[in-house]
Design a protein around this ligand. Sequence first.
Ligand code: HEM
Length: 505
Amino acid sequence: MSSFSATIARITESERWPKTPSEWALPVAAAVATGVALNYIIRPSEGYPGDRPPVVSSWIPWVGSSWEIEKDPDAFFRQAEKDFPGGIIGVNSAGHKFYFVTSSSLINQIYKQPKVYTLSPVQMGWAKAVFSLSDHALFGSLVFPERLAPHMDRSIAPKNMMGLIKSFETHLRQEVQTRAVPWQSVSLQDFVIKLSYVATGAAYFGPTFNAMGTWDAFKGFDEMVYKVALGYPSSFLRNFVRCREELINKFIAYLDKPHDASELIRGQEEIIRDVPFDKRDMGCMMLCAWWPMMANVPWGTLWVLLNQLQRPEGVQPLIEELAAAGKAWSASHPEFVGPYTLHLTEFFQSNPSLPLISSTISESLRYATDSYSMRSVVEEEVQLGPYTIKKGETLVCSTRSVHMDENEFEDVREYVPTRFMSDDGGAKGTEGNFKWMPFGGGVSICSGRHFANYHVKIFLATLLTNFKFSVDADKSQLPITVGNINRGFGLRRPKGDLSVKVTRA
Ligand code: HEM
């Protein structure tokens, strides 16, 4: 036995150490209780002096309100906003203090003043924590701000993205036509998200990309991204790290073989080979490009289907609206041969009148998105609404709080398919509606929002015109509510699912 182990053995044998649970349980419980009590006594009180924002009290240091938020984020914020209606609420979570801005007018003030409220360093740290890029890749040069981010923004700008959209449409049609339709009832979520994963993967990375070979790892990664980004140490999330490594390795293998990628991926690859990044960072960069695409867009289409299929009228009114618009479009566009469903990109480019479909998409985004735009204050102090915010403090524009505010929208907790239609049945739209913010706002507004708009519509139209979905209520996991996964990063995942019998339309 080494001298070290011998010393440990001597100590543990000594009578000074309690040996049975009855000997140690009481002192341990007393110590924990004292810690919690002390934290309660010295915790920041709700009545902060002067005009500082209130802070929700929490019992356990470092953890703060994390557990309560995780249990039911909507209930947590509903209660906090009732207790502190001033529009800004301090929350301790996973070792950070965040000031959640919950009022639409204060959020819009922040969005309009990018020099006062700059991108938060917390947000900057996400790339490192989530994707695990090396410091050399992230901070060793200006390749991110000066080359990679502008390339991404350029590739998905409306005037450049149509090739990628058309490619998605084509791959999706191929997949839909060749895929065997399951004979038994299946999970709607699984059916929809996998289909999108394969078709979008082929459009993004080219036909040689084995999307389904990355599916399980992507799922394990994706469902934990929000936790890692919000500060939960990744060492607590072993499965996340395992899945991330698997994905990175698969992307490295993909890059090593000949591939025929989209312009977006090809341009990104050229940049990282030119710098050059090492192999692991190259794999990470592919994941950085893939995750924003898959983490939100297909879920938009899924939420429309889930919401509509739970209503008595189902998806029939959407099918009818689409058929009428398609017929009118074909009549006025004889240059496109065959049915409009072979030309969905061009069809949607012509901005057809689809007030109900547009409204169901906007409403599903209102109903299920939860975006945290994080900002930092650069001046010594700023006045925001009734409160003073100090230099370096982290503000989180909580767009879901606005979407769920009864003063902003009627029946906020209901999915109302016609909410974004005018009284005469036309489109009301969301342009200039500063209360509808699924894509965030200001300088960091989602640069993929135009792309997302096409993707959601093409995917929805393809599903509605190719398949019939009959809900098997007995096998469905009901009720379907807005779950926690992905809170803060766009579309939250459904909790619950519909079991559906799928047949060809
Ligand atoms: C329904 C689909 C989507 C939703 C709900 C969504 C939502 C968001 C949100 C909330 C932000 C943060 C905004 C902020 O901090 O203020 C964001 C940023 C971003 N999104 Fe999306 N997104 C979607 C689709 C996409 C797609 C398809 C892409 C790319 C292909 C994309 C690329 C980006 C990028 C690059 C940013 C960072 C923008 C910046 O900081 O300059 N997003 N998105």
